[in-house]
Design a protein around this ligand. Structure first.
Ligand code: ASP
Length: 419
């Protein structure tokens, strides 16, 4: 009970940090004239430094936490059969929901038609499709690290996951010879969890400074001219959250989806403020545990999802394709739509969940159907706010998938969820 109260007050504090940040940011932007003090000392000095310090503390946890929690989780699961089941199910869920997300986005954007009448021209450049950089073979080969130390040092999530799974499974199978190593893995995992809790105490302050800076930098004129684009992205994100995720939770797990939103809100607030699903991994795993998901499952599926499952990002890319094709007056064929669904799904695999990464992979999606990449410049100015919103959907998708899959292998405690 005491613990629950504490948790509630912590989520309230994070939420208050968010609201205060928005208010202070907007007031600074609208009421305080530009000056050296406001721009350099306050916004890009104090706000930036404290916000980034907080993000870096979270990032500091990601690699060791992912490695030790997966190794420990696999050691505990022990049998490869359950792990295989979880792996296949979660990957199928991730791919299907991403494809579904793009379909939602393409449909809604085709109705709203953002960018219509903008009459952008790209001079005498041709529209011919350029070879995309995404190769399926390279993506698959890249799953296996040739040097695990390098994978850890560069934070290559999929490679870290593969290596950690093997370490965990082998410790389990060589149990009698690797007692000390097994204990070290478990204790390191406990240490990283403790550190996560400690860093999270700073979350309300971190969130305040991150958000205040974003909102004080945002130009409202830029937002106004891009309203139909932003509306299409936000509308599709809400549709994915409410129609797809909530429906999946009710259908497959038979729990109250609103309860999910209520309990999961701190993670969403955090993802919104940092615009990074990778930095949110520790909090995501912790919160899901409090909601009844066994860590053995979430410590594997959440870091994986932060890398390969980006439904919100895919939605932005689907809408951006329609927006740019409308703005430049280029008509897309049904095959182009299929290409977009495929490329955007593949593009989200293997890119880390960090701020703005969706804009980078968007260039591949645009190239795959021969749309001008310089179209990205039009949407860049307001991307930060959409990045925050789509990151929230990215993490929620990972969490919903984790609950669904955990439920299929009896690793989800419904009573704990409902309590
Ligand atoms: N910021 C997003 C994430 O971390 C990725 C993106 O769409 O840019 O999930």
């Amino acid at each position: 009970m005491d613990k629950k109260k504490k948790r509630n007050s912590q989520s309230k504090k994070i939420f208050i940090g968010l609201i205060l940040g928005i208010v202070v940011g907007i007031l600074l932007h609208t009421l305080v004239p530009d000056s050296h003090f406001k721009n350099d000392i306050l916004i890009d000095g104090i706000f930036y430094t404290i916000g980034q310090l907080f993000i870096r503390l979270m990032q500091m946890l990601v690699v060791p936490l992912v490695f030790f929690s997966i190794a420990d989780g696999c050691r505990n699961i022990g049998d490869t059969e359950t792990l295989g089941k979880v792996g296949v199910r979660i990957v199928a869920y991730y791919l299907l929901t991403t494809a579904l997300a793009i379909v939602v986005a393409l449909s809604l954007a085709s109705l709203i038609r953002p960018g219509k009448g903008m009459n952008m021209s790209i001079g005498d450049q041709s529209f011919e499709a350029v070879d995309t950089d995404i190769s399926l073979v390279d993506t698959i080969l890249d799953f296996v690290p040739t040097n695990p130390i390098e994978a850890l040092a560069t934070g290559n999530m999929i490679q870290i996951i593969i290596f950690a799974v093997l370490v965990g499974l082998l410790i389990a199978s060589m149990e009698d010879r690797l007692i000390t190593l097994g204990n070290i893995v478990t204790e390191m995992n406990d240490l990283m969890m403790g550190m996560t809790m400690w860093v999270m105490k700073l979350a309300p302050v971190g969130v305040f400074f991150l958000i205040a800076r974003t909102f004080s930098n945002l130009g409202f004129d830029a937002i106004l001219s891009m309203l139909s684009y932003m509306g299409s992205v936000l509308g599709s994100l809400v549709a994915q959250l409410i129609l797809v995720y909530m429906l999946l939770l009710s259908l497959f797990v038979r729990v109250n989806p609103f309860k999910f939103i209520k309990k999961y809100a701190p993670v969403m607030t955090f993802g919104f403020s940092t615009a990074s699903s990778s930095a949110t991994v520790p909090l995501n795993i912790n919160t899901l545990e409090e909601m009844g998901v066994d860590r053995k499952i979430s410590s594997f599926t959440i870091p994986l999802g932060a890398t390969v499952n980006m439904d919100g990002t895919a939605i932005m890319q689907g809408v951006a394709v329609i927006f740019i094709s409308n703005a430049y007056g280029i008509t897309l064929s049904p095959t182009d739509f299929l290409t977009v669904i495929l490329t955007a799904t593949i593009a989200s695999v293997g890119t880390a969940g960090i701020p703005s990464v969706g804009l980078v992979t968007l260039s591949m999606v645009l190239e795959s159907v021969g749309l001008p990449v310089e179209g990205i410049a039009i949407i860049m100015g307001i991307d930060r706010i959409l990045d925050m919103a789509r990151t929230t959907v990215n993490l929620s998708g990972d969490a919903v998938g984790t609950i669904i899959v955990a439920n299929t292998v009896s690793a989800f405690d419904k009573n704990k969820f409902n309590s």
